[in-house]
Design a protein around this ligand. Structure first.
Ligand code: 3HC
Ligand code: NAI
Length: 699
């Protein structure tokens, strides 16, 4: 059973017991109604308490059921709430810890509510691209007032129960318990005290008006429209709450239901639900069970105080973990330290960080020039120059000084982690931790699993990532790991598009209209075009058959490395980041095109986007098939968190799934016919071809 039933004197208590968060799946809904009937049928019972076991009252509807028939199977949530409202005996919700979504809607259907302090209360459906679908948009404005309710519904953000209780005139909570510990006893006593009260109060019967309704909702719509951008749900939330103020309760409920069902089928909601699940799934590694022992990490050493080393150090300082940074020379240490200070001071200036917090963080940071000073650190992260010879020296030193059991991590972005592990006598302790620049800001962390990396090391690093608020995704060892291996194909398509007739601006605009934070050429200018150049030079040796556009090389030969040199695919004014289309670059592209004898053609935005995105998808399918990524949703997380892929599309793999893999494969066959593109690359990866033929999806 997913609810428990017990009788205390004259009070029956129904306890939701569906870990982890008492999601209101079908079994739980059924069990609530059965126990409610039982309580109503028992003459000895005068009133009823409903509460949740474990770490939540309820986290709401079971997200895993969405899209399956079970979600709507009777009793659905509306029917359960209706049964609560119609109970002939008073029902009291005893709310604690987490009361969200359908959980809050359930509570609002009860006759009374008593809450523990410290409880996170929310209607977070909007974060899943939805709106509350079981009366939340109709009952919360009645219980709390229109403005605070709309605020909660549109933002989806949790508010603490004790703050809500202070809202003048609120009817959300009839009583606040004095503590979480005493909630259950106080709820039983309260239920006993109101056992004979009639008529039973119902939130649906409360008035719902706004004194300046039309103006208020117009204002709200204007605000929300600006924020919601590509997501339809927030504006629908406004519509639904407005309906609560203008329509009869049942009509409002019906209207909410229609909006909810329509939103459920939008690609945006699918994307957000996918991301919710994918984010949690990413931390799970198939052969590393949740109970794998972890190593204790209290202090960290960072080798190299350059661009990455400084950012990496900040992550740990922010989480209250002591960091020791090592460099070759005092000047480099001083420079690194100054950059960290500057970053924190900017945050203090903007009011994002309190002065005492800043000082506290800096006090956790120490520096050294000697490896022997690192011997007590529980973990070391290397971020020195990207050269195998330098990595070899560093890892041999680390192997000499680090205490047994310390984790030895490398932030390498391209080098072979197995080879790096081989420089030590303890390859089981070596792992890749590929942070993204700026490392203190970007959410993504690729955890690179070497052939010999210990399972306890992986479990520890994944848990540590959570502590420093990163989304960690495991990648096997290959050139570029998941993200950069894919971006190379995307970049190659960008080059072909220039050769065939596009300008950088046209390609970037198409990609940005699709939703990318930045198109490929603006991104190149930001990251530094010389990085790609170095990789290509290596590729020309390793893979002489691979086809590349030479345009990017010509750009680099002119020293146009991007923002850092004041010129790249675009021109930049000193100290400014605005990309200004460059006549010189356009001329260069046209001259190169002419030298190849290519007559430019007009290329549609649709073709631009498909070639860029499907290039990612095809490479990703190879990555998945080779076991470099554990699951398709991990690849989506890499692209969403590390490469600015549009959130509302849910990642390249979900996007391809939603288009239909058959259609994706058909497009690839078309691209393969283009003599200026790379026909070999456009052969669909075997996994992709198989899934498309079987009518299946990646996710
Ligand atoms: N349904 C199913 N599973 C859920 C869930 C839900 N509503 N909420 C959380 N979970 C699961 C997670 O998938 C995770 O599972 P895992 O252990 O297998 O990975 C587990 O619960 C723990 O989740 P977190 O790691 O997020 O745990 P936290 O303690 O950090 O956070 C929480 C708990 C605040 C409840 C957070 O999980 C959360 O925000 N959940 C989403 C709540 C939500 O959006 N509810 C609305 C659902 S839609 C709805 O109710 C529709 C209705 O209006 C009709
Ligand atoms: P950087 O050049 O800014 O910093 C490297 C630092 O390491 C320098 O301060 C240098 O003095 C120091 N160093 C070099 N050899 C050393 C040694 N033997 N002992 C101690 N310190 C030494 O380089 P950056 O960009 O920080 O890159 C570092 C690593 O991070 C590389 O492996 C790179 O591939 C990787 N990386 C870089 C990203 C980026 O966007 N810059 C992104 C992700 C990974």
């Amino acid at each position: 059973m997913t609810t428990h039933y017990e009788v205390h004197g004259t009070v029956a208590r129904i306890t939701l017991s569906n870990p982890p968060v008492n999601g209101l799946g079908h079994a739980t809904r059924l069990s609530i109604t059965e126990h409610l009937q039982k309580a109503n049928a028992d003459d000895a019972v005068k009133s009823i308490v409903i509460t949740g076991a474990g770490k939540a009252f309820s986290g709401g509807a079971d997200i895993k059921e969405f899209g399956s028939p079970k979600a709507m199977q009777e009793p659905n949530l509306l029917s359960v709430i209706s049964a609560l409202e119609n109970s002939s005996k008073p029902v009291v919700a005893a709310i604690h810890s987490v009361c969200m979504g359908g959980g809050l809607e359930l509570a609002l259907g009860c006759h009374y509510r008593i809450a523990a302090p410290g409880c996170s209360v929310a209607l977070p459906e909007v974060k899943l691209g939805l709106l509350p679908g079981a009366g939340g948009t109709q009952r919360l404005p009645r219980a709390l007032g229109v403005e605070p309710a709309l605020n909660m519904i549109v933002s989806g953000e949790p508010v603490k129960s004790e703050l809500l209780a202070q809202i003048p005139g609120q009817k959300l909570f009839d009583k606040m318990a004095s503590s979480a510990e005493s909630l259950q006893d106080e709820a039983l006593a309260f239920a006993q005290s109101i056992a004979d009260t009639r008529p039973l109060p119902l939130v649906r019967n409360l008035p719902c008006k706004h004194p300046k309704g039309d103006a208020y909702f117009q204002f709200a719509r204007n605000m929300v429209k600006g924020m919601a951008k590509n997501f339809p749900a927030p504006l629908k939330c406004v519509d639904a709450v407005e309906a609560a103020t203008k329509r009869k309760f049942e009509d409002g409920l019906q209207f909410e239901r229609e909006l909810f069902i329509n939103l459920m089928w939008t690609p945006e909601s699918r994307a957000l639900r996918h991301i919710f699940m994918a984010e949690r799934a990413a931390s799970k590694i198939p052969d590393v069970p949740a109970d794998t022992p972890q190593r204790e990490i209290k202090s960290i050493a960072v080798i190299g105080a350059g661009t990455m080393g400084g950012g990496i150090a900040m992550n740990f300082l922010n989480a209250g973990i002591a960091v020791k940074m090592l460099e070759m020379k005092q000047e480099a240490l001083d420079r690194g330290l100054a950059t960290i200070r500057k970053n924190y001071e900017a945050q203090v200036k903007k009011g994002k960080l309190k002065q005492d917090k800043y000082e506290q963080r800096m006090s956790l940071l120490s520096t050294t020039l000697s490896y022997d000073d690192l011997k007590d650190a529980d973990m070391v992260i290397e971020a020195v120059f990207e050269e195998m010879g330098v990595k070899e020296k560093v890892f041999k030193e680390l192997d000499r000084v680090m205490k047994p059991g310390a984790i030895l991590a490398s932030n390498t972005s391209t080098l072979d982690v197995n080879q790096i592990a081989g420089f030590t006598q303890r390859p089981q302790d070596v792992v890749g931790m590929h942070f993204f620049s700026p490392a203190n800001i970007m959410k993504l962390l690729e955890v690179v699993r070497g052939e010999k990396t210990g399972k306890d090391v992986l479990a520890t690093v994944m848990a540590l990532a959570k502590k420093i608020r990163k989304t960690a995704v495991v990648s096997g060892v290959c050139d570029g790991f998941i993200g950069n291996r894919m971006i190379e194909q995307y970049g190659r398509q960008g080059g072909f598009l220039l050769d065939e007739g596009c300008t950088p601006e046209q390609v970037d605009k198409a990609a940005e209209k699709f939703g990318f934070a930045m198109g490929p050429f603006r991104m190149g200018d930001l990251a530094g075009n010389d990085i790609g150049w170095a990789i290509r030079k290596r590729r020309y040796q390793e893979k002489p058959d691979m086809k590349y556009s030479k345009t990017a090389d010509l750009l680099c030969e002119k020293g146009r490395f991007g923002q850092k040199t004041g010129a790249g695919w675009y021109d930049y004014l000193p100290g400014k980041r605005d990309a200004i289309p460059s006549a010189e670059v356009v001329q260069m592209i046209e001259a190169h095109r002419a030298s190849l004898g290519i007559t430019p053609r007009k290329i549609s935005d649709e073709e631009i986007v498909q070639r860029l995105v499907f290039a990612l998808v095809n490479e990703a399918a190879h990555i998945l098939e080779e076991g470099i990524a554990n699951k398709a949703s991990d690849i989506d997380m890499v692209y969403l968190m590390g490469y600015g892929f549009p959130i509302f599309r849910g990642g390249p793999m979900l996007y391809a799934d939603q288009l239909g893999l058959f259609n994706v494969v058909q497009a690839m066959h078309r691209f393969a016919q283009n003599p200026l593109d790379d026909a070999k690359f456009w052969q669909p990866a075997p996994l992709l071809a198989r899934l498309a033929a079987e009518g299946k999806t990646f996710n």
